[in-house]
Design a binder for this molecule. Sequence first.
Ligand code: DHB
Ligand code: FE
Length: 283
Amino acid sequence: MANIIGAVTTSHIPAIANAMANKQEDTPYWKPFFDGYPPVRKWLNEKQPDVIVLFYNDHGLEFFIDKKPTFAIGVADEYHNSDEGWGIATIPPVTGESELSWHIANSLVEDGFDMTICQEMKVDHGLTVPLSLMWPGNNYGHVKVIPVCINCEQHPMPQPWRCFELGKAIGKAIESYDEDITVAIFGTGGLSHQLDGERAGIINREFDIECMDKLVSDPESLTKYSNLDLVKIGGAQTVELNMWIAMRGALRGKVTELHRNYHAPISNTGSGVLLLEHEMPSK
Ligand code: DHB
Ligand code: FE
């Protein structure tokens, strides 16, 4: 059976890709951010997960505000990024995992999640920046990625509790897959930020740290927030926390924090990275 071996959360700010392309990792501005990543890269290198199931949000590249699936899953063999306006350099395609994607899609629909199933799908910085961060030099081609996209841009958006349930259903789907492969779950985006409007630039460090703590030991408490609560507490785009909550739903039993880093601001955002493991089912 497929085994979930752990999970990673990370910011997906487009400026990160630009900083790497321009070799700015060691500058005073970027160092405290990039210093958070070597332990995660090391873990990925040692564990070599076969597949990454990656929760992200599409910021208008594939799904503009005229058509917004609440939840979408990619089932393609390959995904392409194109610059959606942030000036991100051209990068190699992302490898998919069609068979497991279809297995998850079938299982989710049976469990009452009416997914939009995408046989073709452009993927934006929400998916690609984390891959570039984890495999420097954009050396992520060997890893198979299953994109799971959550609407965080256009109301009505799925609530935190529903995203947690989606994560649980995906965990169950992965563990019912009859191939001996390893899977890591990524949740990208967050934490507190607002990119436009009167409150542009607000960051709530205290809340960000509390989210990271709760994500490890008490994720149910995060599902009590509504999206409107998140907007009030941390700014309009704090709803991206839902990707982290979905990731956490896929883990089970006792969850162990192996590593964390928090730094703010990076661009307009409170930026956190977490590396988690959980109790693996006994075979
Ligand atoms: C920024 C953060 C995001 O989550 C995003 O999607 C785009 C930009 C930022 O802080 O610049
Ligand atoms: Fe974002």
